[in-house]
Design a protein around this ligand. Structure first.
Ligand code: ATP
Ligand code: MN
Ligand code: MN
Length: 366
């Protein structure tokens, strides 16, 4: 028996930026499986096929309830034959044989292990795997392996930074970052962005965006904050990337994945509140922190870009290009029809420029 009201329900958009995806995922059993398939393809350099599984998982994350029957997927966008087969198998048997196979696969497991190290991407992981390396011990004892500064820090603090950061720890870090930023420039402000802004309870790092009213102070403020952390003896690692942002170069040098803002990737000592690590004899844990400082008039674009999720960002750009003839990135929105840049003071302005309903940060967990 069909439900007549179902027909009048508006269809789900194939664009993540037209769906509201909160943290409560009713289809985790399916999305976890699809994401393993996606990750395995990424490890093999197959970005295209991987994206199909990522999109399928993302559509399921936006559903208001758990899937019970394969038929319910009939009118859902972005679900290909493969994704449907995986869903069907999980509905019927509780798991997918292909996913189980991948989870037990030596290559997948090794790639997953290696790429969990800060500074180690799929290319490095792959090259270590191909050299027959399977464990951290083997990597660290292999004479032909040369670790860069980031990877060295990644191994040194692995135990701490592979542990998820809690929302409480993120709030404690915000106070530290705020104190440092304000001591350098009392008119600057700090906001949390990334996963915590989307309402996640845990993160792999904590992302902060700094707003400075004075133009051209973005590099100076970050270097001063880093110096302050150093003098407080809480800086364990720092990779500062000065601004390469130049409005005159736009749009030729933009619409890339990485942005040109002044930013730094840090590892910071965070004091533990209660239990002290007796074994290590220390009262702190290491945490990964990202800071970005865009020019004031770019703030809305930077905030939107750094809030994520990655798939939400990807679909915003794709929607802008394919449906609106506009180019969006972390710096600007460019209208190809009029050859103009569209200014924005808030994220709401950007959604409005794109003719999109505003999606709150906690609804961007696509
Ligand atoms: P997690 O909890 O795992 O940290 P997250 O969503 O916060 O999840 P991040 O990797 O911290 O993930 O990235 C947050 C956002 O910042 C993403 O949308 C990503 O596109 C953006 N981002 C990260 N690094 C850069 C960079 N170097 N340049 C531009 N944008 C970046
Ligand atoms: Mn993050
Ligand atoms: Mn980050």
């Amino acid at each position: 028996r069909t439900n007549p009201s179902a027909k009048t329900e508006s269809a789900l958009s194939p664009y993540a930026c037209q769906r509201r995806t909160t943290m409560d995922n009713h289809n985790k059993i399916f999305t976890d499986a699809l994401e393993v398939l996606a990750e395995n393809l990424e490890f093999g350099g197959n970005q295209g096929p991987s994206l199909a599984f990522r999109r399928a998982a993302s559509v399921l994350k936006s559903l208001p309830a758990a899937l019970k029957h394969l038929q319910e997927t009939q009118h859902l966008p972005c679900l290909g034959e493969h994704s449907r087969a995986v869903i069907e198998e999980i509905i019927e048997y509780g798991s997918s044989s292909r996913v189980e196979e991948i989870l037990n696969d030596e290559r997948y497991r090794t790639m997953k292990l290696f790429s969990s190290v800060f500074g180690v991407g799929p290319k490095t992981s792959e090259s270590w795997f191909c050299r027959g390396l399977r464990s951290f011990e083997q990597v660290l004892n292999e004479p032909s392996v040369r670790l860069n500064r980031m990877q060295t820090a990644g191994f040194l603090f692995y135990e701490d930074i592979s542990k998820p950061v809690s929302r409480t720890e993120a709030s404690a870090l915000k106070i530290i970052v705020e104190e440092a930023v304000i001591s350098v420039n009392p008119s600057a402000t700090v906001s949390i962005t990334g996963g915590f802004r989307r309402g996640k309870e845990f993160g792999h790092d904590v992302d902060f965006i700094i707003k400075t009213p004075e133009a051209g102070q973005e590099d100076a403020i970050l270097t001063a904050v880093i110096e302050r952390f150093k003098s407080q003896n809480i800086l364990l690692y720092s990779d500062f990337q000065e601004s390469t942002f130049d409005l005159r170069q736009l749009p030729t040098h933009c619409f890339e994945a990485m942005d040109h803002y002044s930013k730094c990737f840090l590892i910071i000592k965070l004091k533990r509140e209660q239990e002290t690590d007796a074994r290590a004899g220390r009262d702190w844990r290491a945490v990964r922190v990202d800071l970005v400082a865009p020019p004031l008039e770019r703030f809305a674009y930077a905030l939107l870009g750094w809030t994520g999720s990655t798939l939400f960002e990807r679909d915003l750009r794709r929607f802008a290009r394919l449906e609106r003839g506009k180019l969006l990135d972390n710096h600007t929105l460019y209208d190809k029809a009029t050859n103009t840049f569209l200014p924005a003071n808030t994220e709401e302005d950007i959604f409005a420029h794109l003719g999109l309903e505003y999606i709150e940060p906690w609804q961007r967990n696509a």
